[in-house]
Design a protein around this ligand. Structure first.
Ligand SMILES: Nc1ncnc2c1ncn2[C@@H]1O[C@H](COP(=O)(O)OP(=O)(O)OP(=O)(O)O)[C@@H](O)[C@H]1O
Ligand SMILES: Cc1cn([C@H]2C[C@H](O)[C@@H](COP(=O)(O)O)O2)c(=O)[nH]c1=O
Length: 202
């Protein structure tokens, strides 16, 4: 795929990633890039229907993981792949690292099964850059409690988020060339400053 780059935003619920996506998108647009801003699960009409299901219906752990990858398959076919082919830059609020962190780390699904699904669904596609917004659980929880009605994931207990966060950090260690860990306990301005430096170096 020529020209464009694929940037993903990750972190436990309430870490602050969504607050900074528009900021990064506008930095890139100012630099003359065409930006496609999307999200997972979701990003397509079918993916958004699957999002409603996985965020609100009780289901078997493996069904949940398979639906995440079903949504992703459609997302790559309809949105991510064509955008990168056109040379656009794609910013996605979550991608496959979220499945490893939430279903693998948080729910303890065998990582080998997830690796097999990843190989099936996108054997050649990986983000060029993954921004991991990292905060202690209590900070994330306080931010969520202050702002919204919680979905099925957001209602999980502290040990689920501890395991999810650990898996994110383990992957950041495993793929240091792709991940940048953002200390999201800092102020919005400080986080934006760091993002500006990262984007300038892309
Ligand atoms: N650096 C920060 N300092 C203080 N508050 C922040 C910071 N970043 C985000 N917030 C606030 O925390 C709340 C949650 O942020 P946001 O929705 O961006 O989190 P998120 O990681 O995208 O969560 P989710 O994945 O559940 O959507 C928002 O009210 C936001 O304004
Ligand atoms: C892609 C993906 C997402 N999730 C979870 C993580 C979040 O709790 C929700 C998505 O909502 P948000 O607005 O981005 O916070 O879904 C998951 O468990 N597995 C995945 O692969």
């Amino acid at each position: 795929m020529a020209g464009g780059k694929f940037i993903t935003f990750e972190g436990i619920d309430g870490a602050g990633k969504s607050s900074h996506i528009d900021f990064v998108a506008s930095l890139l647009r100012r630099a003359g890039r065409t930006v496609v801003h999307t999200r997972e699960p979701g990003g397509t009409p079918l993916g958004e229907k699957l999002r409603e299901l996985v965020l609100h219906e009780k289901m078997h752990l493996e069904t949940e993981a398979l639906l995440m990858f079903a949504s992703r398959r459609e997302h790559i076919a309809q949105v991510i792949g064509p955008a990168l082919e056109r040379g656009d830059w794609v910013i996605s609020d979550r991608f496959t690292d979220a499945t490893f962190a939430y279903q693998g780390g948080g729910r303890h699904l065998d990582l080998k099964k997830l690796e097999a699904l990843e190989q099936w669904v996108h054997p050649k596609l990986q983000p060029d850059l993954t921004l991991l917004f990292d905060v202690p659980l209590e900070v994330a929880r306080a931010r969520l409690d202050a702002t919204r009605t919680l979905d099925r994931f957001e209602q999980e207990k502290a040990d689920f988020f501890a395991a999810t966060r650990n898996e994110y950090l383990r992957r950041a260690d495993q793929f240091p060339n792709r991940f940048r860990v953002i200390d999201s306990t800092r102020s919005m301005e400080q986080v934006q400053q760091q993002l500006q430096e990262i984007v300038a170096n892309l």
